[in-house]
Design a protein around this ligand. Structure first.
Ligand code: SF4
Length: 210
């Protein structure tokens, strides 16, 4: 009998092999956490629950892409981008006209406007591809509300360029370790941070050395 739990856990937990690069998602990450990753420090391993949560998000992205293909759109998936010395993998690109990011959340009610960290990520992908229009889809798992936020990438260019320069300087391998200060774009990340060696991490006392 195949041990499905074991197979899924091991497969989902494979490292991507690009840990030393700066990622577009690092624009809203804490620079200290990015520094740890880029400088070879090991985070707390993902739990099976966290990996299953990622799989739900990936499943939503696949379903949206397949639905748009069925609706006749020119859907591009698996696109890789390089932009301002960062790499990234946007969820869905419709031809040369629309960049779509798909998110899932445990929240019940949608926000009035797009979350800044989602917008920055989508806009950076769009700017990398020369696409003007972005959409962030947020599926609310508990209420099944699917919110769509549409915006122009250009409005985030200045912030993205500023953050890209900071990420490049502060987090590159060999750079001095940045202060343990959360990113103002996403200050809640400490609660979910897997780098317990950071003194700001609420689970710092539970750190295990690998
Ligand atoms: S605990 Fe907070 S400040 Fe420390 S690395 Fe993680 S996200 Fe950054």
């Amino acid at each position: 009998m195949i041990n499905l739990t074991q197979v899924l856990f091991e497969q989902r937990g494979q490292p991507r092999g690009d840990e030393h690069n700066a990622h577009i998602a690092d624009l809203y990450n804490c620079d200290r956490a990015t520094w740890y990753r880029r400088n070879g420090y090991s985070p707390e391993p993902f739990t099976p629950e966290k990996l299953a949560q990622f799989a739900i998000g990936h499943g939503y992205e696949m379903e949206v892409g397949a639905t748009l293909i069925d609706a006749g759109y020119n859907v591009r998936t698996g696109v890789e981008v390089e932009y301002l010395d960062m790499i990234g993998h946007p969820d869905i690109v419709i031809g040369d006209e629309l960049l779509i990011e798909c998110k899932t959340t445990e929240a019940v009610n949608p926000k009035d406007s797009v979350s800044l960290h989602h917008a920055v990520q989508a806009a950076a992908y769009a700017l990398a591809l020369g696409i003007e229009d972005c959409a962030v889809l947020v599926k609310h798992a508990r209420s099944h509300v699917e919110a769509v936020y549409s915006f122009k990438a250009e409005g985030y260019r200045e912030l993205i360029e500023q953050r890209a320069a900071e990420v490049a300087t502060r987090t590159k391998p060999g750079a001095p370790i940045p202060p343990a200060v959360p990113n103002p774009i996403s200050p809640w990340l400490c609660r979910y941070c897997d780098f317990r060696m950071c003194p700001t991490n609420p689970k710092h006392e539970q750190q295990v050395d690998f």
